[in-house]
Design a binder for this molecule. Structure first.
Ligand code: FAQ
Length: 343
């Protein structure tokens, strides 16, 4: 019977229906040479550039991760943009406008980086708008008051930086280069959030309570942002092998906890975890259990704001149709004019 598996074409419906694993196609001599040159570059910690040969699975993984990252930046504008009109002063309004604008810029660099892999922006946006593509779980929670805006800056941007600094060393050149600028801007975002909270913590008892309440609501969601535990992370091993991911989900989460505990102390807030304590032997903090059921429910579309967020993005896309049509009509008109002038 084992011979049957060898005669089943790669990935065919027949194979799937009887539960057989697809048999990888043998590489041609030319592909084998390209593959070993690629592997050697990865092993030497080199960069892969858009026009160079790369395995299809590497390309696919990058499109998945970079487009999801871009979608996160774009959807991530929504919870904060809600507060632009309600920011407590002109200064805070100007800072928040700049931050939200930066997130839009990050989304655009990242879509451009993903486009170098041969996937169009329309394809990526279609994935977002039809709910097929993921974006970060964290943006499916509401920003209930002004303290939430500070906490998003401090903790959400703080977690984003922790995850993104290693991506500046990603093996794919355009992604790594985009991340350098993104990280510089995220660093400003994190500081502005922390500073806004420091000011509130010098205010009234009510203001202090607002900050503590916001920290209580966001802390666990930020820990989950780093993705599932390493043992349940299907993409990690290959992502690390390819030099896309440099530090694992759990190791980044631990670094974030260790960096944030002293910041919380300076701020004067408590992190809502009774199990959070310094472990002398490990030289790191122990922390409690993350609610992974809640995380997966949110990732799979059932968080508190998933429908609202996606609805807002689809509406923006539909409302912008006339701008895209006008830009295309203008470009066409210019092309015709240039052709006429050249004739
Ligand atoms: N939310 O096997 P792994 C920001 C999915 S930007 C939703 O571990 P991987 C800036 C994952 O996609 C924040 N889904 O996957 C800002 C995979 O599903 P798939 C975004 C998640 O790729 C701040 C499945 O679970 N940052 O905050 C999440 O090796 C403030 C299994 O997971 C990035 O995207 C999640 N949290 O590792 C903006 C950074 N975690 O695709 C505005 C780049 C996991 O197989 C305001 N991305 N999943 O169907 C990465 O580093 C990685 O993709 C991870 C996931 C670490 C997110």
């Amino acid at each position: 019977m084992y011979t049957q598996s060898f005669s089943v074409p790669d990935g065919s419906e027949d194979a799937k229906s009887v539960g057989l694993k697809a048999v990888p196609k043998a590489l041609s001599a030319q592909d084998a040479a390209l593959q070993s040159a690629f592997d050697a570059r990865i092993d030497a910690d080199g960069r892969i550039e858009p026009r160079e040969w790369m395995p299809e699975a590497y390309r696919k993984t990058l499109v998945r991760q970079i487009s999801q990252h871009a979608h996160s930046e774009i959807v991530g504008m929504l919870p904060e943009a809600n507060w632009i009109s309600r920011a407590p002063s002109l200064k805070r309004k100007a800072i928040l406008i700049a931050k939200v604008q930066d997130e839009a810029g990050h989304g655009l660099y990242l879509y451009s980086a993903a486009e170098t892999l041969g996937t169009s922006r329309d394809q990526m946006l279609d994935g977002l708008h039809t709910g097929k593509a993921k974006y970060s779980s964290i943006f499916n929670y509401p920003t209930l008051n002004w303290a939430d805006v500070g906490v998003v800056g401090w903790l959400v941007d703080g977690a984003a930086i922790m995850n993104q600094v290693p991506l500046c060393r990603c093996s794919y050149g355009p992604y790594a280069r985009a991340m350098v600028r993104v990280c510089k801007e995220e660093s400003f975002h994190q500081r502005q959030g922390y500073e806004a909270l420091l000011v509130m913590m010098q205010g009234t008892a009510e203001q202090k309570a607002m900050v503590q309440d916001a920290v209580n609501r966001w802390w666990w969601k930020c820990l989950a942002m780093f993705g599932p535990p390493d043992a349940d992370s299907p993409n990690s091993a290959q992502g690390m092998r390819w030099g896309i991911k440099r530090i694992s989900n759990d190791d980044l989460r631990q670094k974030f906890v260790d960096a944030t505990v002293p910041q919380a102390k300076v701020l004067g807030v408590t992190l809502p975890d009774p199990d959070l304590k310094w472990n002398e032997a490990r030289g790191q903090h122990d922390y409690g259990q993350i609610d992974w059921d809640e995380f997966w429910a949110t990732v799979n579309g059932n968080g508190p704001c998933n429908k609202e967020r996606l609805g807002a993005r689809v509406k923006a896309w539909n409302d912008g149709a006339w701008v895209r049509e006008a830009a295309l009509a203008h470009a066409k008109k210019q092309q015709v004019r240039q052709l006429k002038e050249a004739a």
